[in-house]
Design a protein around this ligand. Structure first.
Ligand SMILES: [Zn+2]
Length: 568
């Protein structure tokens, strides 16, 4: 493939829209171009890399016994009405109407359509289990598309759906998918942490996310340093390693704390640690005032708060909503004598002695407050976020935290779709029963960018061989030179016989530009045809390590094969 034919419009400068390194490199290396917010054209090299990744995914799915099909992307609303998700999905769903005014969506996922499809086939117990997958374009009307392919409005993913006679059978397929996903990540040279996650809009009982640890990740992961416990921060559980409270007193005592609204200021002024302060965070949930209390060294976990409040409709108190709290002042609100607002206490506050809290009076705090004597921490709920150093819920190890990019998510759905959509099978006794389901998604365009995020240096992309658009770039320094052109043709032909595809740069440009572009595009092995050819030598470079070696022109094909075996 010639560089010019492959349409590789490299850029010297960082494009203004690129917020993260991988986004910048995919644009600069001429692999993609934006069309609109969150919508991209993959140019030939980008499309080749995506195809390599999708080959890996397809290979592992087939090896795990799944079968590929193609589901419609344009889906009528009826199916979604039956599951209740036509309204539940909200504005993230791309909706449209046909000329008769019938409602459709551009699929964000396909649980409804696959469930209806299988329901109409009406399998018997002998046909089960089924595991069907597709690799398709999906749509999501993101409020804030960003980071290139990491959060787009149109993206590629592999989605699989399994159907079972009972939960035990689902467990087996689920375990096989877990293994397949781990293998896919490994083959794409991505190191993943698998964490327990919330099931969200997809629903079901249990789910696991496959996360690539990265500073630009949008999720926070909590994991144990000595066992395999890991969870998305939205549903982690932790045990505190610190004690709350301080030496108590006979009764609460008011302290004048003018303008001290932060936990640190109050703790330092009173002479206690933040562990002794009760933090109050004010929210408005379903139009009602809610005071959430957590230990002063922790933050409220909003996903956990949502679960405890049983609503997603809440936000931190705004200035214009202060009257909902009846004149209480943020920074000086505490549980003692608090009336007229809904309260929630983090479980860790139970039994706290010698605590400091807002006095429900401007510029005053209370010290020497005991839970049980001065207020009752009711209702208690797990609403605080973990902090580094908390103890693992399963062993005596310590919890750490990291940000992660979610590349895959698998779910045990149970009967969530098969019951409303009447996806039944006939069991061995001839009785019709709903099928137990699982669903398994992995984002292939997101993997594409994540691979670039994880494999790059200051010069450009360093593609792992397994998912590189092409394995080799051949740089012909003087395309007008007959012997260089002849050597290029011979090496390309020799590699083609070994099924190794080559990108050939024979542009009439300076060597510097061609070398820079080769490093930017980042194919695993570079072969340079230049002046050394007079002495029968070519220059070979391994992109990842930067290592160069001289190879006899006659052995260039063998040299490339050996270098590819060594490249990561
Ligand atoms: Zn542990």
């Amino acid at each position: 493939m010639k560089f010019t034919h492959a349409t590789v419009p490299t850029l010297k400068e960082k494009p203004a829209e690129a917020e993260v390194a991988s986004h910048e490199l995919l644009l600069r290396a001429g692999m993609m171009r934006p069309l609109a917010a969150g919508i991209y054209t993959l140019l030939p090299l980008g499309a080749l890399a995506l195809a390599r990744i999708e080959d890996v995914v397809r290979d592992e799915m087939n090896a795990a016994g799944a079968c590929e099909l193609i589901l419609p992307t344009l889906q009528p609303s009826d199916a979604w009405e039956e599951s209740g998700r036509w309204s539940a999905y909200g504005p993230e769903m791309m909706r449209l109407a046909d000329r008769q005014g019938r409602d459709f969506c551009l699929a964000p996922t396909a649980e409804e359509v696959i469930t209806l499809t299988v329901a109409r086939i009406a399998p018997s117990y002998r046909d089960l289990p089924l595991n069907l997958y597709q690799i398709q374009t999906k749509f999501r009307d993101e409020t804030r598309p960003r980071f290139g392919l990491l959060r787009g409005r149109e993206f590629r993913m592999k989605d699989a759906y399994s159907f079972h006679a009972d939960a035990a059978d689902l467990d087996e397929t689920y375990a096989r998918m877990y293994e397949a996903y781990s293998a896919m990540a490994r083959r794409c040279s991505l190191e993943v942490k698998v964490v327990e996650a919330a099931t969200g809009l997809i629903g079901g009982d249990i789910s696991h996310e496959f996360m690539v640890v990265s500073g630009i990740g949008e999720d926070v992961l909590v994991f144990c340093d000595s066992c395999d416990y890991g969870a998305n921060a939205e549903l982690e559980s932790h045990r505190p390693s610190r004690a709350i409270g301080s030496p108590g007193g006979a009764a609460p005592e008011e302290v004048h704390t003018p303008d001290m609204t932060t936990i640190q200021d109050v703790a330092a002024f009173i002479g206690v640690t933040p562990e002794a302060v009760i933090k109050c965070v004010m929210y408005v949930a379903d139009g009602e005032a809610v005071a959430a209390f957590v230990p002063g060294y922790r933050e409220v976990s909003e996903p956990k708060l949502a679960a405890a409040l049983r609503t997603d409709d809440f936000h931190p108190l705004r200035e214009d909503e202060r009257e909902l709290f009846g004149g209480l002042t943020p920074g000086f609100t505490g549980p003692v004598g608090l009336r007229g607002v809904r309260v929630l206490y983090d479980s860790e506050l139970a039994g706290g002695q010698g605590m400091v809290c807002g006095a429900n009076r401007l510029d005053y705090h209370l010290r020497g407050v005991d839970e049980g004597r001065d207020f009752a921490a009711e209702p208690l709920a797990d609403i605080a976020a973990a902090v580094a150093g908390d103890l693992c819920p399963r062993c005596e190890g310590s919890l750490g935290m990291a940000r992660g990019i979610e590349i895959g998510h698998i779910f045990k759905l149970g009967l969530k779709y098969s019951e409303p959509l009447k996806a039944h099978f006939t069991d061995a006794d001839g009785v019709s029963r709903p099928m137990v389901m699982g669903t398994y998604g992995i984002g292939t365009s997101r993997i594409l960018q994540t691979v670039v995020e994880q494999h790059r240096d200051e010069k450009g992309i360093c593609w792992p061989t397994a998912v590189a658009p092409l394995p080799v770039e051949l740089i012909v320094l003087d395309p007008g030179n007959g012997s260089q052109a002849e050597a290029a043709a011979r090496i390309t032909g020799g590699l083609a016989e070994r099924s190794v595809q080559v990108l050939t740069d024979e542009r009439s440009l300076s060597p510097g530009i061609k070398f820079n572009d080769a490093d930017l595009v980042g194919l695993p092995v570079q072969v340079v045809l230049g002046k050394k050819l007079v002495d029968g030598m070519v220059d070979l470079k391994i992109r990842h390590t930067g290592e160069r070696r001289d190879v006899a022109a006659g052995d260039a094909v063998g040299g490339v094969i050996r270098a590819l075996e060594e490249a990561p």
